[in-house]
Every structure is written in C-alpha cells, then in structure tokens.
Ligand binder design. Structure first.
Ligand code: EPU
Length: 455
C-alpha cells in the first residue's frame, strides 16, 4: 500500500507489481506483421451493454487484455455467465442477473473506470446499483460528475458513502434532456446505456461522437434500441420496453494502431498492422504523413514505415473526435524527439497527460512541459481552463534508462523510446501495458525486437 496514492490507485497497483520487467537493447528497427483486434474502449462497453439484453449476446474479436478481464469479473459478480467461444469470442448469458455487495464489486473493479457504466443497466434490471472507487490511468482527476448529473436527470437517487456510491430508482428511469458540459466519451456512453430502456425520449446535447460510440450505438440498435445521431453532436434516444442480446464484431483498436505506427517511425521500422482501417484513422494518418512517415492502406490492414530522410516537426492539439486523439500523442511525441525542429503538442482533453515526458528527457530528449499551456500561442478553438503543452526540440539521441511504466499510453511510449535508444533499458511495471495492449511481448517478438522479458 502506497500512502501517497488514492485507494483506487493503490487498487490499480497489483497489476503492475508482479515481477514484470523487460530488458531492451535498443537500436533495432521493428519489422514484420502484427494484428490488432477489438478496441479496448469499445469491447469493455459492449460487454456492459450485454446486461441490457433479455437474451444472450456474443461479442467477437474481444482483445485478450486485463481491462476485459476486469469487466468479465464484474459481470460474473452480477450473475452474468460469461463463456469463451472460438478466437476472441465471448458469450454472455444474462438470464440470472442479481445484486452484488460493495466488497465483491470492489474486489473485481480495482483498476478500471468501467464500473461507472454499469449504473444504467443495473438500475433498469435491479432498481439499484453500487459503484466503488474508480481506477484507470493516472492522467488527471478524472471526475464522474457528468455521469452522476445525467443519472439524476433520468430519475436516479445518488447516495455517496465511505464504501462508494449507491444509486436507486424505485420508480424506474425516465427520458431526459441532457446537455453535457464537454463531449465526454464515458458520459455519452452512460446516457446511451441508460436512455435505451428509460421511459420516453432522451435528447443528449454535446455528445461525444468517437467511432467507438458509433459502434456502441450499432450494438444497441441490433438489440432493439431506437437511436438517431443528429447534426451538431445531438443524439436522440427513444426508450423501448425491452432489448434482446446482440451478435457483434468489435471495432478495431485505433489507439493500438496509432501506437504501432509511431513505433515503426521511431525505430526506423516497417510494420504491417493487420485489421487497421483507414476511415477511423484519417486524422492520425494526416499527422503521420506531415511528420514524414509513410503508409500504405491495404484491404486487410495498413503498412506503416519510416521512408528515410528527416522527420519534420508539427504543432498539434489533442481533441475529441474527429480531432487528434489524446491517446495518440504519447507515442507520437517519441517520434517528434527525432524530428528536425521544434514541435508543440497541446493536450486539451486531460489535465495531466504529459508526465511521461520526464522519462523521455532522462533518455536524452529535450521536452519542456508548460503546465498551463502556451497562452500566447494561436489556437484553433478556445478550450477549457486546463491544458498542457509539450515543446519538443529535436532531433536528440536517445540512450537507455531504467523506467517504471506510469500509465498505459505513457508506458507504451517508454517502451518504443527504449527500442530506438542506444544501449540497454529496463522497463518495469509492464503489467499496466497489459491493460490495453494485447500480447505485447509476443508482438515485440514477432517484430524482431531485442529484449529479455522477466514476466
Ligand atoms: N470529465 C469530467 N467529468 C466527467 C467525465 C469526464 O470532467 O464526469 C472530463 C475528464 O476528466 C477529461 C475529459 O472530461 O478531462 C474527457 O473524459 P472522457 O469522459 O471523454 O474520457 P473517458 O470516457 O474517461 C475514454 C477512454 C480514454 C480516452 C478518452 C478520450 C475508455 C475506457 N477510456 O475515457 O482512454 O483517452 O475516452 O477519448 O474508454 C486509454 O485508452 O488509455 C484511455 C485513457
């Protein structure tokens, strides 16, 4: 137990406290083919959606990552029978959904933020829901006020106690007019998962419209929901009396694709990412090309490589979809340490997502983080109060270092920095990377990385 961390952060620790270090000898280009499967940020939500169905559901292409295991554990606590099918298929039998105690929920929920999304489905099925302290990556405060405000608007009563949050809706939930203060991915999912079975119509304004949300809407439509996506971030949901299960193949993991693309650039490599698709990657591909990366879109995936020549600096802002995703900036920043000139990355989604650059500086990078952004810098759109900016001056030679993985995306960046660096690095706490990158060790092996894994 680390007294400097919150309960949720401590709960997240065990994943990364096994003896899970990797010793990397850098300097070898990553070359070969790897496959991506369903998106962490869709599959976990689709698993929760299964709770809404009166009949069984099947999700295909579920990635073998620890965040999926967490949600699987939680579903079993609520009486959902989850069974494995062939190659990444999960079946959900929801015929015996039952209430659970805080202690059991807590035991399974530790490292994830997904439990908050169980609220609507559990309120519909059981009239109550219990939510423990939430985990997830340490990238800011990550409050849940939008979620709780929306649930109150649907008619839920929210009681907070030392154990967590207890929600009740003895008279059922009704449709609502909800305007989110910010197009939050999680809060939009919360509204969707609650509104589909609420009595009446829900109008959601300022909704997130990420491809993972569109895929969740597709799943809910398969189940019998009536949802229309209107212009200007408005989503209308007409509540229905019941929903069936679904059969669905999860959308591919865009964040993993962007990560491997950056890995190819950083290591002067050549990686074919099977399962990657162009439409959902367009914003990333534009930036990748401007930096000097090459890609080739094929039927069954996208090939990314370093075509030689100098990488070029860029200025980017992370944003909600269709902007440049916050989860893409960390691996790209490693590539920008090799660009000739000064790059600027504004992080506008989370208030604390540039801390991972400290380790890159220890490896030889020249990155200055401005914790309150760069006020005088011309901005495309005025943002919320908090933003950070990283100013990256390149190119700088990277050398090996000992690094403890701080969070999922930051950890991947450290990994690829080590793979490109001169000399040896020891990266510990690799378990955090298992939260979102499937079979990372096998993939590094397939790409010819030079490492010894002490897992
Ligand atoms: N926010 C609030 N109040 C709320 C909810 C969000 O202030 O009630 C703020 C957050 O603190 C943050 C911003 O709104 O500053 C955006 O948060 P959002 O709700 O959109 O994020 P999320 O749903 O918690 C998901 C992904 C993240 C991804 C973001 C943005 C999952 C499980 N997580 O988080 O993925 O970065 O959307 O696209 O879907 C990752 O995969 O590594 C990851 C962190």
């Amino acid at each position: 137990m680390n007294p400097l961390l919150t309960a949720a952060q401590n709960a997240a620790e065990p994943l990364g406290t096994k003896s899970d270090s990797i010793v990397i000898t850098g300097g070898k280009p990553l070359k070969g083919t790897i496959a991506v499967r369903g998106a962490k940020n869709l599959a976990t939500k689709a698993m929760v959606a299964a709770l809404l169905g009166d009949t069984p559901s099947t999700l295909k292409d579920v990635p073998d990552i620890s965040d999926v295991q967490v949600v699987r554990g939680l579903l079993s606590v609520y009486g959902v029978k989850v069974t494995d099918g062939a190659r990444g298929e999960l079946h959900f039998d929801t015929s015996k959904v039952e209430s659970a105690h805080f202690a059991d929920i807590d035991a399974h929920a530790g490292a994830s933020r997904i439990p908050i999304l169980f609220c609507g489905p559990l309120l519909h099925r059981l009239g109550e829901a219990r939510i423990p302290d939430l985990g997830g990556c340490r990238i800011g405060d990550r409050p849940i006020d939008f979620h709780l405000d929306a649930l109150r608007q649907f008619g839920a009563t929210v009681d907070k106690s030392y154990e967590g949050i207890h929600l009740t809706a003895p008279d059922g939930l009704h449709g609502a007019e909800i305007a989110l203060p910010y197009p939050s991915v999680g809060a939009t999912e919360q509204v969707l998962l609650t509104a589909v079975l609420a009595k009446g119509t829900t109008e959601l304004k300022n909704a997130a419209i990420e491809p993972e949300i569109m895929d969740l809407i597709a799943i809910l439509q398969k189940m019998g929901a009536i949802i229309s996506v209107e212009p200007n971030r408005v989503i209308l949901i007409e509540g229905v009396d019941r929903l069936d299960g679904y059969t669905h193949r999860a959308l591919f993991d865009r964040n993993e694709v962007a990560s491997w693309a950056s890995a190819a650039l950083v290591t002067h490599g050549d990686i074919f990412v099977e399962g990657a698709k162009q439409a959902e990657m367009m914003t990333f591909l534009n930036v990748f090309r401007k930096v000097g990366g090459a890609f080739d879109i094929q039927e069954n995936g996208i090939r990314f490589w370093h075509p030689g020549g100098n990488l070029k600096p860029v200025t980017i802002e992370t944003d909600v979809h269709p902007g440049f995703m916050t989860d893409w900036q960390q691996p790209l920043i490693v590539a920008l340490t090799q660009a000739h000139g000064v790059s600027i990355v504004h992080e506008t989604v989370y208030e604390n997502r540039l801390g991972f650059t400290e380790a890159l500086n220890e490896m030889g990078a020249q990155i200055v983080v401005h914790p309150s952004g760069l006020p005088d810098h011309p901005r495309r759109v005025a943002r919320r109060d908090f933003e950070q900016a990283a100013v990256i001056t390149g190119p700088t030679k990277l050398h090996g270092a000992n690094i403890r993985v701080p969070d999922l995306r930051g950890g991947f960046s450290h990994l690829i920095a080590a793979l490109s660096a001169e000399g040896q690095s020891v990266i510990s706490n690799m378990g955090i990377i298992d939260r979102g990158y499937e079979h990372i060790i096998d993939k590094l092996d397939a790409l010819g990385a030079d490492f010894v894994y002490e897992g």
